[in-house]
Write a protein that binds this ligand. Structure first.
Ligand SMILES: *[C@@H]1O[C@H](CO)[C@@H](O)[C@H](O)[C@H]1NC(C)=O
Length: 297
């Protein structure tokens, strides 16, 4: 009987692990950059895998804390927050949060609105190690990019006549605060570039049950938040996935302990069963149950 219930818990657990336990919510920015000119529009969207509503955009600025979209800034429609005209005072950290309150939220991203006439166009989301990243220095009301100087963490890293600086095959060490300067036009605000490490290429597990594959896929696609704050994937998935693995191991140990240290009362019965072929714990338990029922009749 005990074996059967163990098996049942085990199976229920496997099923619950294979259905995604917690969906991550992401904040996306359109146009996809972190710096804006005065009066430009921006659309911020909270996305989870269900495309469900129930998310709201919040922000921290130098003036307010946890300000909610539709309540002092922007217009909220569903889980989309639109700001028609950006001002320098809109500079701040933006993130998604469930309407109900604190239950879950996305990582935050930094948006900067320049009061001046130069912005740096850089990726707003973390970039993958090995990717090429283009930094584009734009001056207001210019159809073509002008020659620009680029800076990383305050240090000059090069002039580009095209106004575009390409970072080839970025490494973790390329992370930092970038800005640019166009002679006669001014300097851009600074924006952080975050580089996320490439997940190690693992060979598929030899005992490939569908749920264990799914688990490893989940942890591969989970973004590890960098030291900057522009990482956008929700980190709650990782704890829940590792909890899954812990419970899995615990139940496995329980099962093994049960199978190898049976009470003496069952020894007789075990001897009668030796003719049966060795099978998995689950079918053994079921067979034993069937045996017991036969005896009862
Ligand atoms: C917003 O500001 C509050 C108060 O300083 C802080 O506790 C919170 O962590 C900030 N949120 C983000 C996403 O940084």
């Amino acid at each position: 009987m005990e074996g059967t219930s163990h098996c049942l818990i085990f199976l229920i657990f496997l099923l619950s692990c294979s259905t995604d336990p917690v969906l991550p919510v992401r904040l996306t920015v359109s146009p996809s950059r972190s710096q804006f000119f005065l009066y430009e529009p921006v659309i911020l969207t909270c996305e989870d895998e269900n495309r469900s509503d129930g998310w709201t955009v919040r922000r921290n600025t130098s003036r307010e804390i946890r300000n909610r979209c539709g309540d002092g800034f922007g217009n909220l429609a569903g889980s989309t927050c639109s700001i028609s005209y950006l001002y320098p005072s809109d500079t701040g950290l933006y993130w998604c949060e469930s309407m109900s309150g604190s239950s879950s939220s996305s990582s935050s991203i930094q948006l900067s609105v320049s009061g001046g006439s130069v912005i740096l166009q850089s990726p707003v989301l973390p970039v993958m190690e090995g990717d090429d990243v283009t930094l584009s220095c734009r001056a207001k009301n210019q159809t073509h990019n002008l020659p620009a100087a680029f800076y990383k963490d305050g240090s000059f890293i090069g002039d580009e006549t095209t106004g575009n600086k390409i970072l080839n095959s970025v490494k973790k060490s390329d992370e930092g605060l970038y800005k640019c300067n166009v002679k006669g036009h001014g300097e851009s605000p600074s924006s952080r570039i975050s580089v996320k490490e490439k997940p190690p290429t693992t060979s598929p597990p030899s005992s490939s049950s569908s749920s264990s594959e799914k688990l490893s896929n989940i942890s591969d696609s989970t973004v590890t938040p960098g030291p900057g704050s522009s990482s956008v994937s929700l980190p709650v998935l990782l704890p829940s996935a590792s909890l899954c693995v812990l419970v899995f191991l615990f139940l496995l140990v329980q099962l093994v302990v049960y199978l190898y240290s049976k009470p003496k009362v069952m020894k007789e019965e075990e001897e009668r069963m030796t003719s049966l072929p060795e099978t998995s714990g689950c079918s053994r338990g079921n067979r034993r149950k069937a045996n017991q029922e036969q005896e009862m009749l």
